[in-house]
Design a binder for this molecule. Sequence first.
Ligand code: UDP
Ligand code: MG
Length: 316
Amino acid sequence: MELSVIIPIYNEESNIGELYQRLLAVLEPMALPGGFELVFVNDGSRDQSLPLLLTLAARDERVRYIDFSRNFGHQIAVTAGLDRAAGEAVVIIDADLQDPPELIPQLYLKMREGYEVVYAKRRSRKGDSVAKKITARLFYRVLASITHISIPVDTGDFRIISRKVVEGLRLMPEQNKFIRGQISWIGYRQTFIEYDRAERAGGETGYTYRKMIRLALDGITAFSDVPLKAATIGGFVVSGVAFLVGIYTLYSRFVTHDYQPGWPSLMVSILFLGGVQLISVGIIGEYMARLSANVRQRPLYLISDTNIPAIPVPGR
Ligand code: UDP
Ligand code: MG
């Protein structure tokens, strides 16, 4: 198998038909030597996505599907696709046509120049709300500034990766997946091409703010310890300030004698310290929660039905 295309599906009934047509229109003319497969991962859709996929799979044997037992989330859906994709090269693409399938040949050709990863970088993004654009921009930059590995900014999961990278990903057991970060961590020769991101073709976004915040926190906690250290540094700074204030109080009490017993300063410092402590405990909590999720060693997802055989992980 030369190429696998992984498509996570969450309530995409209005897009699957057009997506399938456009993928075929792009992939068939490429005349890939070993052929291609489309790996649809149904992530607990509540609409008619699954019956649509089953119909396609019955008609076209290049259509593979994995049906989850419930909604596990986008990153886990992609992971499941990676676990069972057979291709020498693997494309990850959104189902809502925001990532144009027409870019796949370019990604593929670039990869053939000797890269293991070619990601598609958003030059512009249409359709997303202003709030989403701003938070996304901010997130990618904050993440880039606090992590050692270079995670490309303004880049989603739309990309092509080689079998080597897929095997690398399959060796990474973490529960809190942040695939674009993991791929950066893996290394090898990586490059990018730029594109203009389209609007969602139909349906609604499956990424609620809750899911976006979770993804952001997964990305940060998995690839940076800076927030933990910031809690320590913040603690030192606040203690330092408190120490100076203490000296100042003693000075005004015994030297200048213009000492006023005042509760406002007391309240301010108590509230400030309380806030700093709560934030620090919260940051530790975020890491702890992920630690405990990984210690539990639960399977990442459960499959209710699929037409793809499992592929064993080499070396494990
Ligand atoms: N998706 C998924 N599980 C989810 C949410 C989304 O598999 O819980 C899929 C969705 O079907 C789409 C891709 O992930 O193929 C990107 O989601 P979406 O377009 O809703 O995100 P946005 O583009 O708004 O960030
Ligand atoms: Mg989208």
